[in-house]
Design a protein around this ligand. Structure first.
Ligand code: SAH
Ligand code: SF4
Ligand code: F3S
Length: 479
């Protein structure tokens, strides 16, 4: 094994983080990168040259774990060719049996850590580098201790113009199929002042769009002191003397100068209040997009899943959102093949899809997660049936998504530039306020990520629309 102490004396060790899973994990990776940079490590250009390779893993479905295991077997061979420190963190090792498996069968992993102790990564690395320790397996058991990594340099971000901001950690909902509450612990909201301070720091650093993150942002209840309260809000929004609600937090975030767009994810349908609809309607910088996981259309399956809403309640909520904001895009998550799902149940899912006309959806085949209540079910759906339902679902969804995009043809919409795709042909990738993916070209003017540009939409596909900058169109240089 290479002597990392000698290496440390000569140069800064480099690291590479590969991230799986949700925005929560992406933000965690940014924070870990910030921590490592603070103590003198540098980001490597690629995994193959990094001195430290970190996998930030996800275990929400078996396929997510399979992907990680696929890569780990390659890392094992790579370690035989080239010495580096391999660390595996995130949600996967947070499952006790997985931590045991990694300890017993994957001894080539130098460090295995969880979601609750990721801030101790520098300490673990130091123990490997300084003391030559190997196969450190350290998982914080029980509830998360609000694993905040504070004072992380906000310059460490994947994108210059946008950032996720955790407003809460964990989940208390215990949907029957879901592993998240077990690996992320109980729900805990951050104090409103802390969230706002982070948003201000991001705005000062050039961020134009923030995404407020939590497994269920609608149930946010964060500490707040009287002096920062939004006094103009109606009484129901100010529910508690010392705790801010999510709509109140939106109002406060909206006041931060420099932030042009505010998004949030994820909303649980059971907690979507009228105050939240009101805040979305009133605050122009809050994007008109809601990610509202349906999971299933059948009231019976929803009850089995422990979701606490019926098909009718979901439809009524969607209707209320469209009535308040006709331009709103509703996207969703849907699971097919949940244990005991009948053809009739599945028809209910298709019915909701047709009626809500989702702008987009993440579709999943049910995956058994051990330790969850659904894992004990014996009425499993055959793989073939689940696959067929999955195909029928996407066949229903895609034409709706295409038609929604087609309705934008000829419109001029404001988009925020995400990246410059091609300098030579002035091609850009951008997002509409409703999260529509927009590709556009601009003959006149040069834009950078975070700029808001009016674009005329000319072409519509299922997953994106394309067009040209309205300034070109006005100059008639656009066909
Ligand atoms: N907190 C969010 C979702 C987090 S997990 C919410 O409640 O909406 C992201 C999505 O993964 C879920 O919405 C669900 O559709 C899917 N998912 C979670 N567990 C799953 C499982 N065991 N099998 C298949 N899909 C699952
Ligand atoms: Fe999982 Fe349900 Fe919590 Fe979402 S709300 S993270 S699906 S338990
Ligand atoms: Fe996956 Fe953990 Fe997120 S299980 S979906 S990375 S909370």
């Amino acid at each position: 094994m290479k002597d990392f102490r000698a290496l440390l004396a000569g140069k800064n060790l480099s690291f590479f983080i590969r991230t799986y899973g949700c925005q929560m994990n992406e933000r965690d990776s940014e924070k870990m990168a910030g921590l490592l940079e603070q103590i003198g490590f540098v980001a490597a250009k690629s995994k193959d040259v990094a001195d430290i390779v970190i996998y930030n893993t996800c275990c929400v479905r078996e396929s997510a774990e399979d992907k990680v295991f696929g890569h780990l077997s390659r890392e094992k061979s790579a370690k035989a060719q080239r010495p580096f420190i391999l660390a595996i963190g995130g949600c996967m090792p947070q499952q006790p049996e997985m931590a045991d498996l990694l300890r017993e069968k994957h001894k080539y992993a130098d460090i295995v850590f969880g979601t609750g102790n990721r801030h101790r990564l520098p300490e673990f690395l130091w123990r490997v580098i300084e003391n030559g320790e190997r196969n450190i397996v350290d998982i914080t058991e029980g509830e998360n201790e609000l694993p905040e990594i504070t004072d992380v340099p906000v310059t460490t971000r994947e994108f210059s113009h946008k950032a996720g901001v955790n407003i809460m950690y964990g989940c208390d909902n215990f949907c029957s199929y879901c592993i998240v509450p077990y690996v992320r612990g109980r729900e805990k909201s951050r104090a409103a002042e802390d969230v706002l301070a982070e948003i201000r720091a991001l705005a000062d650093d050039g961020v134009r769009e923030i995404m407020l993150l939590g497994q269920n942002v609608n149930s946010y209840r964060g500490k707040i002191c009287e002096s920062v309260r939004v006094v103009s809000l109606p009484a129901p929004t100010l529910q508690n003397d010392s705790l801010a609600s999510f709509p109140e937090l939106l109002h406060l975030a909206h006041e931060v100068e420099g932030i042009k767009r505010i998004r949030f994810m994820t909303s649980h349908p059971k907690d979507f209040s009228d105050e939240l609809i009101d805040a979305m309607q009133k605050l122009p910088n809050v994007c008109k997009h809601v990610h509202l996981p349906l999971q299933a259309g059948s009231t019976r399956v929803l009850a089995d899943m422990n979701r606490f809403y019926t098909k009718e309640q979901y439809l009524a909520l969607a209707e209320k959102l469209y009535a308040a904001m006709p331009e709103i895009a509703i996207t969703t998550d849907i699971i097919v093949g949940y244990p005991g799902e009948t053809d009739e149940d599945f028809e209910d899912t298709l019915d909701v899809v047709r009626r809500v006309r989702f702008a987009g959806a993440f579709t999943f085949i049910y995956s058994k997660r051990s330790g969850t209540p659904a894992a004990t079910r014996t009425d499993l759906i055959p793989r073939k049936t689940a696959n067929e339902r999955f195909d029928r679902l996407t066949a229903e969804l895609y034409p709706i998504m295409t038609a929604r995009n087609e309705s934008k043809i000829g419109q001029i919409i404001d988009v925020m530039v995400e990246e410059v795709r091609d300098d030579a042909s002035n091609a850009y990738k951008a997002r509409g306020d409703d999260h529509t993916l927009v590709h556009f070209t601009a003959e006149t003017g040069e834009f950078v990520a975070g700029d808001i540009v009016p674009v005329r939409i000319d072409v519509a596909k299922t997953f994106y629309v394309s067009g040209c900058a309205a300034s070109d169109f006005l100059r008639k240089s656009c066909n």
